[in-house]
Design a protein around this ligand. Structure first.
Ligand code: AMP
Ligand code: GLY
Length: 427
């Protein structure tokens, strides 16, 4: 079968790598892809917001299955256009993608279905938002309701900071995404990412993973899309995983089905593990980046078969196998990220780095110019390794990074620290 993969980040390189191993795959296309994906797929320039152009390409290349990586095309309704044309695909409908497209939508659904999450309010003007703030304790969290490329969230330490965030939102800092503001109770605890394939009725949990959101070592500095990840995440014990499925994931799947907008694809719950148990911070309707990089390293089952089972609604007959090994990925970012990253700096030494035992390098934002590999984004490379323990995977990833010659880049030096400490405590 010919497959079209939409996207061009590290997540998509990892998906392309796993899809390439499928005996069901004939030829893989990626739009737009990147320099790493180009080694596995034919990369094409396609405006994915132009649904007619995507459908024409699918017809021309006899594509049998489409995998939609990022949220924007999902929220933009690409899944619906494919469904109407009868093309099988992985990723939810526009209506189901509201779980990521509108934070207020998800909060309302949690309230209706009794899903544990922080208290909140939804506001369309600054005066009512500030009146709500006046009665709430700090810290408190102010969010643009819509998609803001991960930038629309302010964890405010003071009321003045929260009010400034409200004003910025309504002043248009996040465009249409900020026309509504959601104010949320601050949840204290350890964050974890939880993924489940959902076919509209059945949810199948994936292996656990944990991301590092802050740009700097010791979890300091501004939030990013994620600076590194590892799997498994020891904070999510099997008992906690069962609780997350029962209290959060399954009620969501049931509630979406009852509304007539069943969720099909991968549901990514951002969780806070609090003293009172797991609480939902937010949903994403796609795989996490960089969590996918570690999950794909550990997945033994055929990813394409799993995605087709998800689309076909037969997950109740499906199971996934995972390696016992741990996986860890370190994001190499261009200097300036998460602000304005420096583009076009040259990267050398990837071949030697990729030769370290257990290491795979996924490209997140690269392009080739002549024979040279150039940085082309904020997050640029994901150096990923398997190991018997998180500590071993971590050592291998950093051994590989030491072989990379890229003065234009930087990375955290402590990815996986929580898991490594837990491993030491257990030993
Ligand atoms: P989001 O884009 O909603 O995942 O928010 C980005 C980050 O802000 C999260 O990964 C958390 O670190 C933090 N955050 C968001 N909402 C809350 C909350 N209610 N309580 C504590 N931290 C939060
Ligand atoms: N790593 C978090 C995300 O993909 O949004």
């Amino acid at each position: 079968m010919n497959v079209l993969l939409i996207g061009g980040g590290g997540r998509e390189h990892a998906l392309a790598w796993a899809l390439s191993a499928s005996p069901l795959l004939t030829k893989l296309y990626a739009a737009p892809g990147n320099a790493g994906i180009a080694e596995l797929a034919e990369c094409i320039a396609l405006d994915v917001a132009d649904h007619a152009a995507v459908l024409a390409f699918i017809k021309e290349k006899a594509i049998g299955f489409v995998v939609i990586g990022p949220e924007a095309p999902l929220v933009g309704g690409l899944g619906d256009a494919l469904a109407q044309a009868g093309t099988k695909h992985f990723g939810p409908s526009k209506a189901a993608a509201e779980l990521e497209g509108s934070k207020g939508f998800t909060k309302d659904l949690c309230r209706e279905a009794g899903i544990p999450t922080g208290a909140y309010g939804r506001f369309k003007d600054a005066a009512s938002a500030k009146a709500y703030l006046a009665a709430e304790p700090v810290p408190i969290v102010v969010k643009a309701n819509g998609l803001a490329a991960g930038k629309g969230v302010v964890v405010a330490a003071t009321r003045a900071e929260a009010e400034a965030a409200v004003d910025a939102c309504f002043a248009g800092a996040f465009g249409a995404a900020g026309a509504e503001v959601v104010i949320e109770e601050f949840l204290d605890g350890e964050e974890a990412s939880f993924f489940a394939l959902c076919d509209g009725r059945t949810a199948l949990a994936l292996a656990t993973a944990q991301d590092h959101k802050r740009v700097g070592d010791d979890d300091t500095g501004p939030n990013t899309g994620g600076m590194g990840a590892y799997s498994p995440a020891p904070v999510i014990t099997p008992a906690l995983s069962a609780r997350i499925m029962d209290e959060i994931i399954r009620p969501t799947v049931e509630s979406m089905a009852a509304r007539g907008t069943p969720f099909k694809g991968v549901l990514f719950a951002g969780l806070m593990i609090t003293a009172d148990g797991p609480k939902l911070i937010e949903y994403n309707v796609r795989f996490g980046d960089p969590e996918t990089q570690v999950l794909m390293m550990r997945l033994q089952s055929d990813l394409l078969a799993a995605m087709i089972a998800t689309a076909d609604g037969v997950l109740d007959h499906f199971d996934l196998r995972w390696r016992d090994d741990a996986a860890l990925t370190v994001v190499l970012a261009a200097k300036g990220y998460p602000g304005t990253p420096e583009k076009g700096t040259e990267i050398k030494g990837l071949e030697g780095a990729g030769d370290v035992a257990g290491v795979q390098i996924f490209h997140a934002g690269t392009r080739r110019e002549g024979g040279r590999l150039l940085a082309d984004g904020g997050r640029v490379l994901n150096v990923t390794a398997l190991g018997a323990t998180v500590a071993e995977a971590q050592a291998r990833a950093y051994e590989a990074i030491a072989k990379i010659d890229w003065p234009g880049g930087f990375w955290r030096t402590d990815i996986g620290w929580r898991a490594v400490l837990r491993e030491k405590a257990r030993a």
